[in-house]
Design a protein around this ligand. Sequence first.
Ligand code: SAH
Ligand code: SF4
Length: 388
Amino acid sequence: MNASKGNETTKLRVLGLDRQALEQQCVDWGQKPFRARQLLRWIHQRGVDDFAAMTDLAHDLRRLLDARACIEAPAVLADHESADGTRKWLLDVGAGNAVEAVFIPETDRGTLCVSTQAGCAVNCVFCSTGKQGFARNLRADEIVAQVWHAKRSLGHATDSGQGCGESRVITNVVFMGMGEPLQNYAATLTALRLLLDDHAYGLSRRRVTVSTSGVVPMIDRLREDCPVALAVSLHAPDDALRDRLVPLNRKYPLAELMSACRRYLERAPRDFVTFEYVMLDGVNDSDAHAEALLGCVRGVPCKFNLIPFNPFPNSGLRRSPDERIRAFAQRLVDAGIVTTVRRTRGDDIDAACGQLAGEVQDRTRLREREKRLRLAQEGRVRVVERTH
Ligand code: SAH
Ligand code: SF4
């Protein structure tokens, strides 16, 4: 079930329609297609959720929309703000499942990290989302709602004077939250189209990044349908190790993945692929691994983003020591590859990579949150929580 207002769920969820679909819908309702552009601007740019407030639409159309459509985001189970300004929303997608969206403010940009699935079927050994197993794909409206809700909430934050000089505006969106976006392709594509649409979020292709564990045929589809910036979660320089860390590698081994990256770059908005590489102590972080990695990515213009492993309970894995990460990065830099080490943000609220919805796994705490939400809906407690 989608949003809080249960009686609305049979209505058309407008948040999940891209421009083309909304134009068709307008025509089906006997309206001019340009109404779709007006609707998109009201909904996505101005954050309006009430058709009655859309003053440049005829009264009849507003009434029709009100009867047949809705603008609803999943209910917010929790809203945390980290000491470093990172903000995390836990969203209820029904049946005991919750997903997260995380906003990371920096001086020159504001990045929103969105989820595409409740759980994930890929089951990487170092990822707490993977450990939860797969629950379901998010619908397009549930993915878009993360952006819609975050934009509205951050707008309010600015009004109240928060922000500490860091951007409260969403300038970049990364599909690096829970789930494998390319295993929920149709919904991801709709969300991408709205992110890029000038009448909706108007982001440039370079500022929208899809991160994948390597679903090769879908990388090719994305190249045709909507080439945005691409990040590939590599994590190992050879098939034997990657088979173990990222089980999808058994289906799409490294040579195929590298070829798909090369093909993607023919159409990509950036002239490199970002390879993400989680640094696991004693597993994939030796100088020999770095050397092998150089061979693995030869011929693929790329940058590396090393991610210090974020631990979660019972993972059985450790983060590589800082000096090891530095030495590993240096090997790549010496070979001429731009390499960054990801600064861990928001780990005091479990908003760092791979920790998303760690709490969701903990069903007891989720049930407590659901109880709080019910109480809040009855007006008895506040749902918004801050951790600083
Ligand atoms: N499924 C996609 C996108 C979501 S995961 C993918 O795998 O690319 C986003 C990133 O977080 C991936 O690079 C993933 O490898 C990384 N990640 C997952 N668990 C992590 C952990 N515990 N510590 C650090 N990074 C992690
Ligand atoms: Fe899924 Fe990505 Fe986590 Fe792997 S790292 S289990 S693909 S969310």
